[in-house]
Design a protein around this ligand. Structure first.
Ligand code: NAP
Length: 353
């Protein structure tokens, strides 16, 4: 028997699609991703990129404080945050990325979404019903699919970078830049594209100085963003340099970085408390190559403006997997809603639902 709609992915786009599809009585099945060491290292564990962040201050509806009773009652006991279970002091911030994702997941379950913790490794979207092959659950047949597998931040790949993730190393200035630990302190951004200059400019709101570390002596960012960044007195470019080590300790997190020259000069160290890695993202579309139209960076193409359709009828895409531009939790959630509505209407037109 075929599923009506399968949602692949478990970030804000996937869960919002699941909530809307479940409320439309489509009985969605969510394939949330497998919990494996390979996925941990790649940054593709269930619950997506938000599960790798700390506080969320910009998701509408969740201001700081007073969340204990709500989280305590909304989540199953084994999925509640540690500070509720320990009866520890309630953090002064709003909710965290992992808490937001747990709440969305629970909300989808409450409306009847079913979940399997598995990875899709290959698909056949050439005939209907569509087929998806998973590692643990074999082949799954479905009338419609919403792809919401997101994107993963590219990292430098240093062991010291891995050690200080969430302790001063981040790949998202908008997510983490306003944290108290970074206020009034020197920070560094690595990268030379629009993301790097945008992150550096954003961080000047909080930091004393933002070093912009680039491996060449020329940015690839758009001219207007480059001009704005280089005219900002708080942004100090550090050309022809690659981060060779993140320095720090368990108490303070990041305290500095060691730089190697990319043109054979002297290396040096910088005292900083935060390193923001902005060297691009990779969409999680490996299993879709040759199946859906992807752009040159591998993002799914949305061929119709303001619609979540892909180039295969009946397959819809939502969130960062098709959006290299906004990449926010709230925009991903919004496009998840659009995909569920588009899928529902398409299924109705096919006489499936
Ligand atoms: P990007 O344009 O691919 O730039 C990545 C940067 O990281 C490049 O400067 C690259 O150096 C550097 N880099 C890559 N791997 C590295 C490594 N291992 N070590 C050190 N540096 C490394 O990526 P992006 O900045 O994320 O932008 C992606 C797309 O989104 C672009 O099309 C961009 O225009 C768009 N975007 C737009 C906006 C906006 O308009 N507001 C904001 C953000 C992003 P090289 O230059 O030497 O290759």
């Amino acid at each position: 028997m075929s599923e009506t709609v399968v949602i692949i992915g478990s970030g804000p786009a996937g869960w919002t699609a699941a909530i809307y599809a479940a409320r439309a009585s489509l009985k969605p099945l969510v394939i949330e991703g497998a919990v494996t060491e390979e996925n941990r290292l790649k940054g593709t564990l269930p619950l997506g990129q938000l599960n790798l962040t700390t506080e969320i201050e910009n998701f509408p509806g969740f201001p700081a404080g007073h969340l204990r009773d709500y989280l305590g009652s909304a989540l199953a006991e084994d999925r509640r945050p540690y500070w509720i279970l320990d009866n520890g002091p309630q953090p002064a911030h709003g909710l965290t990325g992992p808490e937001l994702m747990e709440l969305m997941r629970q909300q989808a379950i409450n409306f009847g979404a079913r979940i399997i913790t598995d990875d899709v490794v290959s698909v056949d979207f050439s005939k209907r019903p569509f087929t998806m092959n998973t590692i643990e659950n074999g082949a799954i047949s479905t009338h419609a699919v919403i792809v919401a597998t997101g994107a993963r931040a590219n990292w430098l790949g240093l062991p010291s970078e891995e050690r200080f993730k969430n302790h001063g190393v981040s790949a998202c200035a908008v997510c983490d830049g306003a944290l108290p630990r970074f206020r009034g302190k020197p920070l560094a951004v690595v990268g030379g594209g629009d993301s790097a200059v945008e992150e550096a400019s954003y961080l000047t709101k909080f930091a004393s100085t933002v070093y912009l570390i680039h491996r060449r002596d020329k940015l690839r960012a758009s001219k207007i963003m480059e001009k704005r960044a280089l005219e900002n007195p708080r942004i100090v470019p550090v050309w022809n340099s690659a981060v060779s080590e993140v320095l720090g300790n368990d108490t303070d997190g990041v305290t500095g970085i060691r730089l190697a020259s990319t043109v054979g000069g002297e290396g040096k160290s910088l005292d900083i408390v935060g390193l923001f890695v902005a060297i691009g993202h990779t969409p999680n579309t490996d299993f879709l190559k040759g199946v859906l139209e992807l752009d040159s960076k591998g993002y799914i193409v949305w061929p119709k403006a303001h619609r979540s359709d892909t180039t295969v009828e009946g397959i819809f895409a939502a969130g960062d997997v098709a959006d290299s531009h906004y990449r926010q939790a709230v925009t991903a959630a919004g496009s998840g809603c659009m995909a569920a509505l588009d899928a529902e209407r398409w299924l109705a037109a096919q006489g499936v639902h």
